[in-house]
Design a protein around this ligand. Structure first.
Ligand code: CA2
Length: 146
């Protein structure tokens, strides 16, 4: 069975509690449960993890190698826009990573338009809310089939 890591970065633990107009009203726990259920339908095991700490996220990405994950669905939060350390971690693991954003990062403040992580991901999905996470899972499945 294919095994995917669903990884969320800083501040995403606050989902559903602040700025519902921008990020939706689902909590992180309900978003994760939905993606896990979607994975089950598709025969994929989805493990979820969130951290507010750059080093912890780097360690988690490295761990995907020894724990034999087949891919990562990753919302790097604000790290997206400046973390070369996380970009290097994504590049260092030899499994596909799909970057996801709840909001359309290109339609907001100028600093959000740039992702330093997207160039080392196989795809970037933005502005589709929680549905984007399921779409990211589909991209990983299609990538595995091809
Ligand atoms: O749109 C996205 O998914 C983002 O990755 C979310 C990040 C933001 O820094 C990126 O530019 C775009 C951070 C989300 C902040 O999370 C909150 C969630 C709920 C309430 C308040 C903040």
């Amino acid at each position: 069975m294919m095994k995917i890591l669903l990884l969320n970065g800083p501040n995403l633990n606050l989902l559903g509690r602040r700025e519902p107009d921008v990020y939706g009203s689902d909590t992180l726990a309900s978003l994760e449960a939905e993606v896990v259920a979607y994975g089950e339908q598709k025969g994929v095991k989805v493990d979820c993890f969130q951290s507010n700490h750059e080093g912890v996220l780097i360690d988690k990405l490295h761990e995907t190698l020894c724990l034999h994950y087949d891919g990562v669905v990753y919302n790097p939060g604000a790290h997206t826009h400046y973390s070369y350390a996380l970009r290097d971690a994504v590049a260092a693991i030899d499994i596909p990573v799909v970057e996801v954003h709840l909001s359309d990062i290109e339609a907001r403040e100028p600093f959000r338009a740039l992702s330093v992580i997207a160039p080392v991901c196989i795809a970037q999905i933005k502005g589709k809310g929680k549905e984007g996470y399921k779409e990211a899972l589909d991209v990983l499945l299609e990538n595995a089939d091809s």
